[in-house]
Design a binder for this molecule. Structure first.
Ligand SMILES: [Zn+2]
Length: 580
């Protein structure tokens, strides 16, 4: 049978002997990367057909094609006791027994991967509509663990259903602090400042009836990132920012200033939607910039990293003559951004319809093989489809291809899927309605895209064909520049990034696999100085690289392996001062 890991989403062939209820095996996911390769860390429950690895903490379930993602539902042990040590620590943080009982916090003794043995833990159960969905375990030395393979939801998620205003914090202790102070309308993100919020895919609708959202997360770099992502997903118009003065978070504030939190909420600052920005509103950001400096932009582990680095909130304009591979190249860098940084993408790409052709292209880039049952396995097919389905989304309204419709749909994808990249391919397939001159129209059109990119923290790729194609003395097509698009210099002037993809031809003008990317514009110096990159195009899988030493490996497996290696090698930071 095929089993699926809840940590990496990879599929594995696995055959249980099925003789006893719990059997032990080596782990399909982590054993190959361990020192003790033969350690049977993987326990398979033959009765329920689920598995759990005691080394890497992954859960596994039997995979059936086409089935929705499955979650492990934790068993409610109905424990109510807290150990003396736990009570002492929690009351030291000003959380009373009453609040702990209300939120059904309890003690347990269980195995944690960070300690590799059974330890005392405090358990925070995550309920939604009276069902136990997940449990957060907090062990010694600040170790945390969520129940393996269980669904991620907000802590105290029911509060969203029962209120019209809601407070969002960054951890269970901060949520308990607000409850201690009489604010039951508080929820916590489940996994700290992690900004990959898959749970918004499922639960974004819960926020529709909420009129005010108070964001009360930590005041550090990670917290600011989390705050901005929450604003992006919920909508700036509803959001207010809570400031904890000189304290790091809600719990520190409770300990230092006591349980009157009314002023915190009263003094919350609305997120500036339009117009006036006060220095107050961006105070934490300015301080963070002062401490951490400018974020240097993301690199893609490519030969062109030196020339260009990437950040969201920008407009990239891409050109090239037909068949130059400009769409292929954009798909390629978006695939890399997705694998390296988890950036999801929305595509308006009518030329790739029917969609299966675009699927096939992305498949090849991910898996490294041709999209064909003769060369790739069923398992690779399932793996890629699952990944594409969760990371790439399509915008298509055949009756209405105006930029306003595309932007409106993209905005929905920001809220519901958290896309960080938007592709418009190509410019001339949008419905353009000029009311004034074409140049003025293009200027306003590009401003609209730039504003959308900035306000929604999305990197936009706009692909545009050159209007005219000039030939050189030898009769070969010249490399177009951004100035050749529709004859408007605005395409160059208004781009944050601008580049042209050009494919070389032989004497008979047949296309070769040699591609030059001309990085014509990188607006901000800290993101690179531009230049040209000579690349080779791999006909097998549509990847670009610097030489013909082809990499045809499966990148989904590779990126998952990296995750596991990072995990198994991570060193546990010892914190003497924190018993929990
Ligand atoms: Zn494992």
């Amino acid at each position: 049978m095929k089993i699926k890991s809840t940590v990496t989403n990879l599929l594995y062939d696995f055959d249980a002997k099925g003789k006893v209820d719990e059997e032990r095996y080596t782990c399909p996911e982590c054993s190959a990367h361990r020192k003790k390769k033969s350690d049977k860390c993987f326990a398979w429950n033959t009765k329920d057909s689920i598995g759990y690895c005691h080394n890497c903490g992954a859960s596994f379930y039997v995979f059936k094609p086409g089935e929705e993602k499955q979650y492990i539902v934790p068993v409610w042990k109905n424990l109510t006791e807290l150990t003396d040590k736990a009570v002492k620590w929690l009351t030291g943080r000003m959380i009373s027994q009453k609040t702990l009982n209300k939120m059904r916090v309890y003690s347990d003794f269980l195995w944690m991967p960070q300690h590799n043995k059974e330890v005392d833990v405090i358990c925070f159960p995550f309920f939604f509509q009276d069902n136990l969905v997940n449990i957060k375990y907090r062990g010694p030395l600040k170790s945390f663990m969520l129940n393996s393979g269980s669904e991620l939801i907000f802590y105290n998620q029911d509060a969203i259903l029962n209120n019209t205003s809601i407070i969002i914090v960054e951890g269970e202790i901060d949520a308990l602090s607000f409850i201690e102070c009489g604010f039951d309308n508080v929820i916590s993100v489940p996994n700290g400042a992690n900004i990959k919020m898959e749970y918004f895919d499922t639960y974004h609708e819960l926020f529709e009836d909420i009129t005010k959202v108070y964001i009360a997360v930590d005041q550090d770099t990670k917290g600011i990132e989390l705050r901005d992502e929450l604003i992006r997903r919920i909508g700036a118009e509803k959001c207010f920012i809570v400031s904890f003065k000189d304290c790091k978070d809600a719990n520190e504030y409770l300990i230092r200033y006591g349980s009157d939190f009314n002023d915190l909420i009263k003094d919350a600052i609305p997120v500036p939607v339009k117009g006036i920005v006060t220095i107050d509103a961006i105070c934490a950001d300015i301080h963070d910039l002062y401490i951490s400096g400018v974020n240097p932009g993301k690199i893609l582990n490519e030969p062109f990293d030196e020339l260009i680095k990437w950040e969201t909130g920008r407009l990239a304009i891409v050109s090239g003559i037909p068949s130059s591979g400009k769409s292929e190249f954009v798909d390629y860098i978006i695939t890399k951004m997705n694998l390296l940084y988890g950036w999801r993408a929305g595509f308006f790409t009518p030329e790739n319809f029917p969609l299966k052709y675009h699927y096939a292209k992305i498949f090849e880039k991910l898996i490294g093989k041709k999209f064909s049952s003769s060369v790739s396995s069923e398992m690779e097919f399932e793996m890629a489809i699952d990944h594409i389905k969760n990371n790439f989304f399509y915008i298509m309204n055949e009756d209405d291809c105006t930029v306003d419709t595309v932007i409106r749909t993209a905005k929905i994808l920001v809220k519901t899927r958290g896309i960080k990249v938007l592709v418009i391919d190509p410019y001339n397939r949008l419905e353009h309605q000029f009311k004034d001159s074409e140049t003025q129209y293009i200027s306003r059109f590009l401003d609209k895209l730039s504003t959308f990119a900035r306000m929604n923290d999305v990197l936009i790729f706009l692909i545009a064909h050159p209007r005219k194609m000039d030939k050189d003395n030898e009769g070969k097509l010249k490399v177009p520049t951004l100035y050749d698009i529709n004859g408007s210099s605005n395409f160059y002037n208004k781009a944050d990034y601008g580049f042209t993809v050009h494919r070389k031809t032989d004497k008979q003008n047949l296309l070769l696999n040699e591609v030059t990317v001309y990085w014509q514009k990188v607006k901000f110096k800290y993101l690179g100085n531009g230049g040209a990159s000579e690349l080779k195009y791999n006909f097998v899988n549509g990847r670009f690289q610097k030489d013909t030493n082809w990499d045809n490996t499966n990148w989904l497996v590779k990126s998952a392996e990296q995750k596991i290696i990072n995990y198994t090698e991570s060193q546990w930071e010892q914190r003497e001062d924190a018993p929990y």
